[in-house]
Design a binder for this molecule. Structure first.
Ligand SMILES: Cc1cc2nc3c(=O)[nH]c(=O)nc-3n(C[C@H](O)[C@H](O)[C@H](O)COP(=O)(O)O)c2cc1C
Length: 199
């Protein structure tokens, strides 16, 4: 297998830690890995890409969107896995055909779409993916993971703090704390070894 790029955006460090865990897991297996913040424009030389973003207001970050727009053609020729960190996700079972992984440490269980309450609606797998997948037409990911993240409202810039106070008020399962789960991140990464080798 050729080289792997693990690249990410991260506002407050959680997605960076998830990316480091992925890169370490791949390196331990003897694979050749580069780990860097998103921005590299030349993907030639890489066979596999892991791309990570925090979820912000249901979406990936603007930097990730820009990266996807610039590199879409290259992505269609690579093995690509997407990973996200967030504080709440409910699997509403509308994306069953995708290679999805939901961190088992999330408190929200799987729920049929009809049982999703109003405030949960914009924290579901299908809501997050509806916004994300439109940036990657023609790309067939080998994996898509949602990992539990990290939140510390006192460290956020004021506008982000206000947004997250409102989110916490609306959805009680969103709490301050470090919920990053290296075991889940490592086991998802290992589960992709076979699919990466096909590259
Ligand atoms: C402005 C803002 C909006 C957010 N929106 C969501 C959201 O829609 N759903 C969610 O589950 N978490 C949301 N979060 C929480 C982040 O996804 C979570 O804290 C993530 O782990 C942060 O990653 P980072 O440290 O790499 O930036 C939001 C955080 C901020 C600051």
């Amino acid at each position: 297998m050729g080289k792997i790029l693990v690249t990410y955006d991260s506002g407050y460090g959680a997605t960076a830690v998830a990316a480091e865990t992925i890169a370490e897991t791949l390196t331990e297996k003897g694979l050749r890995v580069d780990l860097r913040p998103v921005g590299l424009e030349d993907l030639s030389g890489y066979d596999v890409l892991f791309l990570g973003s925090p979820i912000r207001l249901g979406q990936c970050t603007p930097r990730i969107k820009r990266f996807l727009k610039k590199n879409l053609t290259a992505l269609t020729c690579m093995r690509v896995a997407f990973f996200f960190t967030c504080m709440s996700v409910t699997n509403d079972e509308l994306a069953q055909e995708l290679p999805l992984y939901i961190d088992p440490s999330f408190s929200g269980p799987n729920k049929p779409h009809a049982r999703i309450k109003l405030m949960e609606n914009n924290h579901t797998v299908s809501y997050y993916l509806k916004h994300f997948l439109k940036f990657v037409p023609g790309v067939t990911p080998i994996g898509i993971a949602f990992f539990n993240g990290r939140l510390s409202t006192e460290k956020l810039i004021p506008v982000h703090r206000l947004i997250m106070w409102f989110a916490m008020f609306s959805l009680p399962e969103i709490e301050n704390g470090d919920f990053l789960n290296p075991v889940a991140i490592g086991s998802w990464t290992k589960s992709l070894f076979c699919r990466m080798k096909d590259a």
